[in-house]
Design a protein around this ligand. Sequence first.
Ligand SMILES: NC(=O)c1ccc[n+]([C@@H]2O[C@H](COP(=O)([O-])OP(=O)(O)OC[C@H]3O[C@@H](n4cnc5c(N)ncnc54)[C@H](OP(=O)(O)O)[C@@H]3O)[C@@H](O)[C@H]2O)c1
Length: 329
Amino acid sequence: MPFQALLTEKSEAGAITSSVQTLDNSRLPDGNVTLTVEWSGLNYKDGLALTGGGGIVRTYPHIGGIDASGTVLDSADPRYAPGDQVILTGWRVGETHWGGYAQKLRLDANWLVPLPKGMSTRTAMMLGTAGFTAMRAIDRLEANGLTPSGGEVLVTGAGGGTGSIAVHLLGKLGYQVVAVSGRPQLAEGLRQLGATSIIARDELMATPDKPLESARWAGVVDTVGGAMLGKVLKQVKAQGAVAAFGNAGGIELNTTVLPFILRGVALLGIDSVMQSYSARIPAWTRLAELFDPVAFEPFVSEVGLAELPQAARDILAGKVQGRTLVKLR
Ligand SMILES: NC(=O)c1ccc[n+]([C@@H]2O[C@H](COP(=O)([O-])OP(=O)(O)OC[C@H]3O[C@@H](n4cnc5c(N)ncnc54)[C@H](OP(=O)(O)O)[C@@H]3O)[C@@H](O)[C@H]2O)c1
């Protein structure tokens, strides 16, 4: 059966364009499992891939979408049978391998995880790479000693996908969550998601710039990077940590060694892409326990394939609130 996909192409002049096209099964890439994709999602990296940014895509035509959830159509791998529901995030799918912006996806079975019991394929994509990354960041902070009694936890870029999920998960775990957002209009929604207080982006960045500032945060989930990561490192309490995985605010990091050598602060790098199956399963199990899709629904919007190019421009402009789901069914 032919299937619909958002095909991204590059013209001889270098222009990147995407259009919905009907493709034959013979166009599916190599792999030992074929899925019917039900849902995908939009992440910052998808925004880059669809607009030709960040050197994410090297070969065209391309199908983007670093995340997908759906049902196994056929499988040559003994772990999966037709009808099984699965999740894909990472492994450079949607970057070097065709991704989830298609009704069918063929890939390596090693890249899949089974859909956790009780979770729908839609909820799985409310989470996607964003949810998996936020969960890994919290797990790493807790492994470093963070507990709800330790004090306030800061989440930067709180209005975005990873940030809003981090706020929600930390709130569910009983933390005092301080959300940083450049969008005052999101304050009430972030409070309902689990934030105990909100700081405007400008206010956070406006404190007098010193090598060490007043120590306030027991932990930080940083989705922004750049100047904001440099700033928050100066404000972390002794033995606290920053889990960092984002670069929406830039890739540079300007810091001194003082937070590390005088306060024992840890900077924990989080990579969601090349995580092993054994690292993924506990994170998805914990997400299934903690994440409340009903409470998170105000931070969700849905688009179809044809609306994705505009949504990609919006996420890069910092205009997307929470998570954007891509409906394939
Ligand atoms: N390392 C990994 O494995 C991994 C995994 C997932 C995501 N990421 C990265 O994490 C970042 C967030 O991803 P996402 O999908 O959550 O993106 P997103 O939905 O666009 O969220 C990013 C948020 O950061 C804030 N922001 C944007 N530009 C900013 C700037 N110049 N200065 C300060 N704040 C800014 C905005 O929130 P407010 O408007 O509320 O301030 C925005 O909504 C991206 O850089 C992404 O590539 C990395």
